[in-house]
Design a protein around this ligand. Structure first.
Ligand code: PGA
Length: 260
């Protein structure tokens, strides 16, 4: 696990660098896309590189991490709508090349199985962008999630619904209770995980992720078992890291030829 502590603009540029290197190397790369506040700056930077530097996503495919159950098609906070608005429509990435779990399916369990199959058919995810919840969730794998789980239905915690109420006019009751989410086992199968966290509210979750014991109580801790994880955090999110000085020194002394 590589931990980089820096200013948020630098972190966004580093994540964009990793994505640019991938899609330049493999024009049909498969990206795992997160929604929420955290990845917005990364997406803005990719859009800038597309507009100003010609970085192309024409052959890229994308898979969303999760989706609310029951929001009508085109709802502004449905993650399929959010990713279309924030990223896909601003790049040369065809809409049909990006899939998400279908939270409106009549048979939700079948939608989950089908989603796993679609990821497998695409050859698996090359690079997965991740945020982290204040309760240590990744995607919507809430505390208590099986560390080997695959895409399935989950019930959001009260904490997550409160955290996400800001997207629903601050009405906690408007935040759907159920979601479809890639499982921790699904996420662990991606070849490179790039997790970003900004702000003090994420400090305990980041401390557990990087330095805590592996436990379903802090689902993100399973990432410690992944061979290629990059954790990009600002000073606030890093404020509880016990080995912060070591991570900073490691990053500063990293040779240029060694990519993320
Ligand atoms: P945020 O959410 O990026 O909106 O803070 C992260 C998450 O819940 O995984």
């Amino acid at each position: 696990m590589e931990v980089v502590i820096d200013r948020s603009e630098t972190l966004a540029a580093l994540a964009a660098d990793a994505i640019e290197a991938l899609v330049t190397r493999r024009s049909d790369a498969v990206l795992g896309l997160a929604t929420g506040s955290t990845p917005s700056s990364v997406y803005d930077e990719l859009v800038r590189r597309h507009a100003e530097e010609g970085l192309s996503f024409a052959g890229v495919r994308g898979f969303l991490l999760d989706e609310y159950v029951g929001l009508p098609e085109g709802h502004p906070e449905a993650y399929r709508t959010v990713i279309e608005r924030e990223l896909v429509s601003r790049l040369d990435l065809p809409t049909e090349s990006v899939l998400g779990p279908d939270g409106r399916a009549e048979d939700l369990a079948a939608a989950c199985t089908g989603y796993e199959q679609a990821i497998a058919d695409a050859g698996g995810i090359d690079l997965q962008i991740l945020g982290i919840g204040t309760d240590g969730h990744v995607a919507f794998n809430e505390p208590g999630s099986s560390l080997a789980s695959r895409t399935r239905i989950k019930t959001l915690t009260e904490q997550t619904r409160r955290d996400n109420a800001r997207f629903f006019d601050d009405e906690v009751d408007a935040v759907p209770q159920h979601v479809l989410t890639q499982g921790l086992g699904t996420i662990m199968a991606a070849r490179h995980l790039v997790l970003l966290a900004m702000g003090r509210s994420k400090a305990e979750a980041v401390h557990q992720l990087v330095e805590g014991p592996i436990s379903a109580m802090w689902p993100a801790t399973i990432l410690q078992m992944h061979p290629h994880v990059t954790v990009l955090v600002d000073d606030g999110a890093a404020s509880r890291l016990q080995l912060a000085a070591y991570y900073r020194e490691t990053w500063q002394s990293k040779p240029d030829w060694q990519p993320l």
